[in-house]
Write a protein that binds this ligand. Sequence first.
Ligand code: M6R
Length: 605
Amino acid sequence: MCGIIGIASNKSVSMNIINSLKKLEYRGYDSAGIATLTNNTINEKKCSGRVEELEKILFKNPSEGNVGIGHVRWATHGIPNTLNAHPHSSEKVSVVHNGIIENSDELKKTLEEKGFKFKSETDTEVITLLVTESLKKSDPLESVFKTLKKLKGSFALGIIFKNHTDIIIGARRGSPLAVGYSKEENYLGSDSYALKSMTNKISYLDDGEICVLSKSEISFFDANQNKINKKIHIVSDDENTADKGDYKNFMSKEIFEQPNTAKKCVSEYIDSLKKDINIYNFPITPGEIEKIILIGCGTAYHSCLVAKYWFEELTSIEVEIDIASEFRYRNLKFSTKNLYIFVSQSGETADTAAALEICKKNKVKTCSVVNVVESTIARNSDWVLPIHAGPEIGVASTKAFLGQLIVLYILCLKLSSVRNDIDKKSYNINIENLKKLPDAIAKTLKSEGDIQIMAQEFLKARGSMFLGRGSSFPIALEGALKLKELSYLHAEGYPAGEMKHGPLALIEEGLPVIVIAPKDKYFEKTLSNTQEVIARGGKIFFITDIKKRLLSTNIRLRLRVPHLDNFLSPILLTIPLQLLAYHVALLKSCDIDKPRNLAKSVTVE
Ligand code: M6R
């Protein structure tokens, strides 16, 4: 996580660095800092808390300089305070770092033995002091190369030098890093999003690569110090418009954008004239795919879990799912007949990217379902299926989850059709229902009033439970995750049928229990599980798509979402749960877009 920005220009850079850091706050927001170079001096300013605080400091005491670096931090080594905030500077260099240096303790010990003093508790400061030490005998580039050889772990770095006031050196191993080109200045950034407001010409560093940028030139080197050329990507501007508009925060905007997200995504993949799905160029002949393995983290993992039910129901393909941080360390048997699908909003999640890398090493075919098409995961996979959701800024994923579900469902339908697992009539009906999805989402959003009432009931709760069966089980997990991350209220998601195997012990008088029960093959079973909870005092909130009023007594609130078909139910049932988490958090005055301890893009392991 953490965000890096660097600018080399022919004018003062501090305000542009601050503006870019504001865009990068989704990557980390517990402290911020900046260092610029003027008259052979490193001006370092940093603070705990948000970029706004840093901006106030600069307002009172401006930092001049045409070359500078900035950072927003998500703490790994050392608490989030001013001392541990980046940049970390010596008298000669200043460094911003994303990632983790795994051998920092060892390196620190050696440096201390040589007389170097550390000011912070971070792993990053070893980089500052190693470069400082190397500079005694080498030039900046050589010093960075020498330092990198000593580091174990992952990093993206931005480094400036007191005696070389025109350059910034960037380096990447494991954590993403991009450079941007402009007429009179050049940029370094931990992702293209922060650079997009300044340029649409971007190159991405690969692992092991180093770049040296000045206001007029950018040079690239591979790990063996050979000069290399990099491809320049022109990034799309339509993804450059992340703005809250009239909404209180990004999350509410992103929740209410979902009818459009669905419309855009469906129209990108459905050919209305041919009544077919526009997905071609499969990396494996569809009929030859033996198994699909879906991999993701957090909310993206939940979308894999929902997709498993779809693939099992609609295709003859075997399906497995895995959490990326588990997948990457398992002793797996890879097969070229399997398709490995990586799901990630950001496309930069470290565990997912590492799991993809392992697949590449094993020479198996990979597909990514991503929102950010310029991301590492998209660039490294054989086949990319974008979700077309536009920038998602709120840390809690909402519209991207919806986009992931739609794309995975569309992929599943297409595979079932080309493998002849589904008859033409059902295929056409499913496509027609998909086209109705945006309107059904818009109708579902109208339940907000009921959900506001429901949210009140969570304020005094000591915890909560979300229950579902079949594809509603991952939706229960997602609902619980949303409530946890936004409102800091404990929430458990469970398959309803598991309750009597332990979790029923948690039910006590008044505990809020959200039951997700569409009219599917599990419905009657879920009703029985609900009765078991009612009998023990649980306060039931029943979310369904059936019209008939069932269980009218003992249910605190019954909320109905529209019904299109059983495959699309999980998508519609998610919306009230997003709104619930949002309203509980709002009532508790939590920071909706930037929940405590979290970051949008988890680029460290
Ligand atoms: O960018 P990714 O989709 O790879 O991110 C994966 C998770 O970190 C992410 O979904 C996380 O769980 C969200 N904060 C949940 O709202």
